[in-house]
Design a binder for this molecule. Structure first.
Ligand code: AMP
Length: 221
């Protein structure tokens, strides 16, 4: 099964993405995580991406699109993939659509998590990253995954904030891009919705992680 998941930054798509991945065993490809990994390893790609990420801007399509299309060719993607954070604008959707058709690969489901902008902002600022495993969910604004004081609720590891998560002007820029229905990320999602070739699932991202994941998994059946 091949899936795209959309949701505002801070909307819980990373958390829900991991739940889908664990259930269906597909490759979980997070564009933001690939960039962060490259930045921490000091690669050329990371150096090119960093200034855009710090400002809350999109990394240019010339860098991002080939990076993701190459990733989809890797072996672990043959049994299905979940793309999280890509496509992020209409051009990326068009290029992804073309590449999938050229590779005779089907897109099966598009998921759109719907969340109010103010709530998404609070959730971004509340996010805490476990230094032992960045998949451990911790957020001071979400009761179900509140950290244990200032340590990870899963393993007791040290928690940090992401540098681009505490800058309100960068968050605002990221949300301007997300909620833009002309050329931004919602336009990227609606590109597939309007074509009507795939199952398009919407769900309210406001409730807790468990409620959202139950609804999501039932809608993926
Ligand atoms: P995320 O972890 O999804 O919030 O992504 C962090 C940052 O990585 C974003 O604010 C962008 O600067 C960059 N990024 C992630 N995905 C993309 C994409 N599809 N296109 C361009 N930039 C991206």
């Amino acid at each position: 099964m091949n899936i795209l998941i959309f949701g505002p930054n801070g909307g819980g798509k990373g958390t829900q993405g991991k739940i889908i991945k664990d259930k269906y065993g597909m490759a979980h490809i997070e564009s933001g995580a690939i960039f962060r990994d490259n930045i921490s390893k000091g690669t050329e790609l990371g150096a090119k991406a960093k200034s855009f990420i710090d400002k809350g801007e999109l990394v240019p399509d010339e860098i991002t699109i080939p990076m993701i299309l190459d990733r989809l060719k890797q072996d672990d993607c043959q049994k299905g993939w979940l793309l999280d954070g890509f496509p992020r604008n209409k051009n990326q959707s068009e290029k992804l659509d073309e590449a999938l058709k050229a590779a005779s690969m089907d897109l099966d489901i598009v998921v759109e998590l719907i969340l109010d902008r103010e709530l998404a902002k609070n959730r971004i600022m509340g996010r805490r990253i476990c230094q032992t495993d960045n998949n451990h969910p911790n957020n001071i604004y979400i009761d179900a995954i509140k950290p244990n004081g200032d340590i990870c609720r899963v393993c007791g590891g040290e928690l940090k904030t992401r540098s681009d998560d505490q800058d309100e002007s960068a968050i605002s820029k990221r949300h301007n891009i997300y909620y833009d229905t002309d050329t931004g990320t919602l336009a990227a999602a609606y590109y597939f919705k309007d074509k009507g070739e795939v199952k398009y699932v919407t769900l309210d991202g406001t409730p807790g992680v468990k409620e959202v994941s139950e609804e999501l998994l039932s809608k993926l059946q």
